[in-house]
Design a protein around this ligand. Structure first.
Ligand code: ATP
Length: 370
């Protein structure tokens, strides 16, 4: 089922939680809604579920306007962060509950519960009560309960945030497997960008009630449409410098001759480079090591280079020679820079120098890419 949200604005008193949002989730797609705390993710999901009463906007499923349809008739399954399974009921009773409310026939009910329990892998937990389950098991029961009515749309609000790191990685893969198996249109709300990149077909980055970027995980990482998305997606975070500020000296030196083209691309420019695209390079810009952080497989190097603070992801072999205060030199491959309009935050692409350009071969028109 295709889900379209159009012109959604939600205000809570003086707070605008969602601000004119338009978003389409394709049939069978897993769309991740990411963004910092308070940016309006849960409110948007609540609108799709039908829980948000103060909303202005339109919601359609396929081409049917369902804005006025009450929540229980929307054919939606949802799982929230706190599991929300009933503590006084067994696993079987929890999963069966939505079917009882819908007054399904006994035989059909038994079959539906057994099928979904099998699918989600909780068949052998049926007689237990929630307090006898692990966090991951409880989350699976919540998922089974959300799926038992075979909803058209699955809404997941931070479903993994109560789980430990290992279980989170394992459970997110299970969710993805199930979602693909059932071909279920799914919206996953998370503040964890790595979770979104790992399992979503597309990622929507929200900021202050708006979608500031929407693309596949690969595209949002490689070519973020806005500065906010560039800073939010990717860990460790992208290095960014406003060329108008003194602290951008490293970028100005490293860009060298290309700087003229960059400056033509917008009145003000913020440049960015991901830490893995900053290389140790004896012929690069010299600086000193400020801090060496071990991240596991990689090492995150913080360096002071030409008065700029630069983060670089390097290998342990490279880092073995690096100590706080040691000399270091870094460079960036010319293709690995990102450019953003300092005012709007939109991505800009400096075009290659135009052959007809009479100004001396640099610059030319500039395309702003959304
Ligand atoms: P988080 O990741 O912290 O859950 P979120 O992106 O899901 O955040 P929302 O819960 O949608 O954000 O909240 C968006 C804004 O609306 C916040 O400023 C929040 O304080 C406010 N808000 C949400 N619900 C209500 C409410 N019922 N009454 C008043 N303000 C609310």
């Amino acid at each position: 089922m295709r889900v379209a949200i159009d012109g959604l604005t939600v205000r809570f008193g003086p707070v605008t939680a969602v601000d004119g949002l338009a978003l389409e989730i394709r049939d069978r797609e897993l769309l991740a809604l990411v963004g910092p705390s308070g940016c309006g993710k849960t409110t948007t999901l609540g609108f799709v579920a039908g829980f948000v009463k103060t909303a202005a906007g339109r919601l359609s499923f396929d081409d049917r306007d369902v804005t006025a349809v009450p929540p229980e008739r929307r054919r939606i399954g949802y799982v929230f962060q706190d599991y929300a399974i009933y503590p006084h009921m067994t696993v079987a009773e929890n999963i069966r509950f939505p079917l009882e409310v819908a007054r399904m026939a006994r035989g059909d009910m038994r079959r539906a519960v057994a099928d979904v329990a099998e699918l989600v892998g909780v068949s052998d937990l049926m007689p237990r009560r929630p307090h006898q389950l692990s966090g991951g098991q409880r989350q699976r029961v919540a998922l089974a309960r959300a799926l038992v009515k075979r909803p058209g749309v699955l809404l997941l609000d931070e479903p993994l945030s109560n789980l430990d790191a290992h279980l989170r990685v394992q459970t997110r893969a299970e969710i993805r497997r199930l979602q693909l198996e059932l071909g279920m249109t799914t919206i996953l709300v998370t503040h964890d960008q790595s979770e979104a990149l790992a399992i979503a077909d597309r990622v929507a980055v929200m900021w202050a009630g708006r979608v500031v970027a929407l693309a596949s995980p690969g595209a949002i990482y490689d070519r973020p449409a806005s500065l906010l998305a560039a800073r939010f997606v990717g860990s460790p975070q992208m290095n960014t410098w406003d060329l108008a500020e003194a602290a951008s000296e490293f970028a100005r030196v490293a860009l060298g001759g290309a700087l003229a083209d960059v400056r033509r691309s917008a009145r003000g420019v913020v440049v960015g480079v991901r830490p893995e695209d900053v290389r140790l390079d004896p012929r690069g810009v010299p600086g000193t090591v400020a801090l060496v952080e071990t991240l596991g497989r990689d090492i995150l190097l913080h360096a002071d280079v030409a008065g700029s603070s630069v983060r670089a992801l390097v290998t342990p072999a490279d880092a073995s020679r690096l100590r706080t205060g040691a000399a270091v030199a870094v460079s960036v491959h010319p293709q690995r820079w990102h450019f953003f309009d300092a005012e709007s935050g939109d991505r800009v692409e400096p075009l290659a120098p135009a052959a007809t350009d009479r100004s001396g071969g640099h610059g030319g028109p500039v395309a702003a890419v959304r």
